[in-house]
Design a protein around this ligand. Structure first.
Ligand code: U2F
Length: 574
């Protein structure tokens, strides 16, 4: 069946259910953004020009909101607890509904069992028939629940699953045996999925797919009125929970500096009294409903982060409402190795500021990233912000149309169930140069001689998505990951393309001198060591990793082009 865009959200609102603050929060959000979604649906509908879209049967099982997982989030919705996840799930549900798919929503194990057709009860009971869904969106909690209640049949059906995973999961942590043997042990991970089945909140980990969420969009009249009503010396602090302000104890000086120039506002949750962490000069509004926060942001000139929370939605909302976002640089960077918050998360990603997306993808004049310990730098940043005029800005990928476009493309093109076209393992040869090898049949794609970038287009993988035409082969520096190598050349690492460059032909085309070409199970491969003239190809496709790097190795990197404002999609991806 063909999917038809929907602009009426009432059925969705009924499906979300009632009885919890988290659900009420999500429904308020869905209602508030309804008009914006409808406009976006009409625009995308016109843009796709009658392109056929399959209607999929989709189950959304929101694991972290189930009682069975402890649901620690719902009771904190009105108390300054994390809302980013709820923002994202509300938007995912809306996107799937608006795209016209056949949607079922479950927020308890009982509902999950009902939808999957497994008998209720505590034990694991395999699903005997076919899976009644084309796609299941869930999270790590939900995945665990499915394992408990579907037993081994989960393995059979896991290619249909998508895991919403805020901070991302790197391939080395996802591969059960490899993670166990090589110390990539975490509280999560170990699911042996294709890493692109994990979907993140920001496009920070190209090994995973970028799901995202949306932010409020403004029309031209609203933009003009915002610019007229900006209060140049008004700052709003990012941090709705008092503990987020505690980070400042002992080095309160930057808040003092800020206070010297600006009126400081906060939206910190409190019960009866001002939280002691919040200085007396701060005008605290208490936790605000989302639409009231937007109003506050429309007046403010500056939205300032203290370093936590990491990578939330609020800075995008602030920038969309015409604020400049000021945030601390992290030196050394924060990661699962040195910071409690990231410890146990299945990623080694290093976070160089509170909001790396804002820094890298938006940047000046909307975003300023400075060293908060350097009071001179901080002081001059505040002065610069007060005299800089900025327009409200929202990257296309965070608009409703951008999210619909991306989710549409994933649903129609990402298929982890179809057998991968033959993965041709290394044609091993010892003591031979890669240059001496035969061309590798259908995977051979010639490279222009002049540059290491850009496979030519006589390709033989018509079903590949992203299409092979987007591939650019690159060699990283020693110790550099493919994430960084591709980025520094203006591209993005594309894990789906690894299988086309994991061969001797790629080494030969790049003129790599190999004494030995080995095929191994190691997440930094394909790569080579210049000093030892050793080349290695990847033997385990699940370990193809954009993130991997190692000091002695230069990596072969499959980069691709991307659309401006929609990094998840290549030029020919729609
Ligand atoms: C992030 O979670 P948070 O919930 O802490 O993220 P924020 O950026 O603070 O914003 C979430 C939403 O809270 C709303 C605001 C945002 O959409 O409009 N809000 C509000 O309604 N009223 C207020 O007074 C203030 C904000 C991240 F999203 C999570 O994935 C992480 O787990 C967490 C920790 O890093 O940070």
């Amino acid at each position: 069946r063909q999917a038809a865009f929907r602009t009426d959200l009432s059925v969705l609102l009924d499906q979300v259910g009632t009885g919890k603050e988290s659900l009420s929060f999500m429904k308020r959000r869905i209602r508030r953004l309804a008009q914006q979604w409808a406009t976006a649906a009409n625009r995308l509908d016109a843009k796709l020009e009658q392109q056929w879209r399959d209607q999929k049967k989709i189950l959304v099982h929101v694991g972290f909101l189930t009682e069975e997982s402890g649901d620690v989030f719902s009771p904190k919705v009105l108390k300054g607890g994390p809302l980013g996840e709820m923002v994202q799930w509300a938007d995912i549900l809306t996107a799937l509904h608006v795209l016209g798919h056949n949607l079922k929503i479950s927020m308890s194990v009982k509902e999950l069992q009902g939808f999957l057709g497994v008998p209720p009860g505590r034990g694991s009971c395999p699903l005997t028939g076919p899976l009644p869904f084309d796609l299941i969106y869930t999270d790590y909690h939900g995945l665990q629940q499915m394992k408990q209640h579907m037993g081994l049949s989960l393995k059979k059906h896991k290619c249909h699953i998508r895991v919403i995973d805020t901070f991302g999961t790197e391939p080395a942590y996802n591969h059960e045996e490899y993670a166990t043997l090589h110390g990539y042990r975490t509280n999560w991970g170990y699911w042996n999925l294709n890493a692109r089945q994990y979907m993140t909140m920001f496009p920070h980990t190209p090994d995973n797919s970028f799901m995202g969420f949306v932010s409020e969009e403004l029309n031209e009249t609203e933009k003009r009125s915002i610019q007229q009503n900006k209060v140049n010396n008004m700052a709003v602090v990012y941090g709705k929970e008092a503990s987020m302000w505690k980070v400042q104890q002992g080095k309160e000086s930057f808040l003092q500096i800020l206070h010297k120039y600006m009126e400081v506002h906060g939206t910190v949750y409190y019960e009866t009294q001002r939280p002691p962490e919040v200085p007396a000069f701060v005008k605290n509004h208490g936790l605000l409903p989302q639409h009231e926060l937007q109003q506050l942001l429309r007046k403010a000139k500056l939205f300032i982060g203290f370093g936590f929370p990491y990578e939330g939605p609020a800075p995008l909302e602030a920038i969309a409402n015409g604020c400049i976002f000021l945030q601390p640089k992290f030196n050394p960077p924060h990661s699962s190795l040195n910071h409690e918050f990231f410890r146990g998360k299945p990623t080694s990603r290093e976070v160089f500021s509170q909001h790396p997306y804002a820094e890298q993808y938006i940047g000046r004049p909307h975003v300023m990233t400075v060293d908060y310990n350097n009071s001179v730098e901080f002081d001059s940043a505040i002065k610069e912000i007060m005299r800089t005029k900025v327009e409200p800005y929202l990257p296309y990928e965070y608009t409703c149309e951008g999210m619909l476009e991306r989710v549409h493309a994933y649903i129609q093109h990402q298929d982890f169930c179809a057998p991968e076209p033959p993965f041709i393992p290394a044609n091993l040869s010892r003591k031979g140069s890669a240059g001496g090898s035969r061309m590798m049949g259908p995977l051979f794609v010639p490279l222009p001689n002049t540059t290491a970038l850009g496979w030519a287009s006589n390709v033989t993988a018509p079903s590949a998505w992203p299409p092979l035409s987007s591939l650019r082969l690159l060699v990283s520096q020693e110790g550099q990951s493919c994430v960084d190598a591709c980025q520094s050349a203006g591209f993005i690492c594309e894990p789906a393309h690894f299988r086309f460059i994991n061969n001797k032909e790629a080494l030969r085309r790049l003129d790599v001198q190999c004494e030995v070409v080995d095929s191994e199970i190691n997440h930094i491969l394909p790569a080579f060591s210049v000093v030892r003239q050793e080349c290695g190809l990847q033997r385990e496709p699940l370990l193809f990793s954009c993130a991997g790097h190692s000091p002695k190795y230069r990596r072969l990197c499959p980069c691709r082009d991307f659309r401006h404002g929609q990094v998840a999609l290549c030029r020919d991806c729609l």
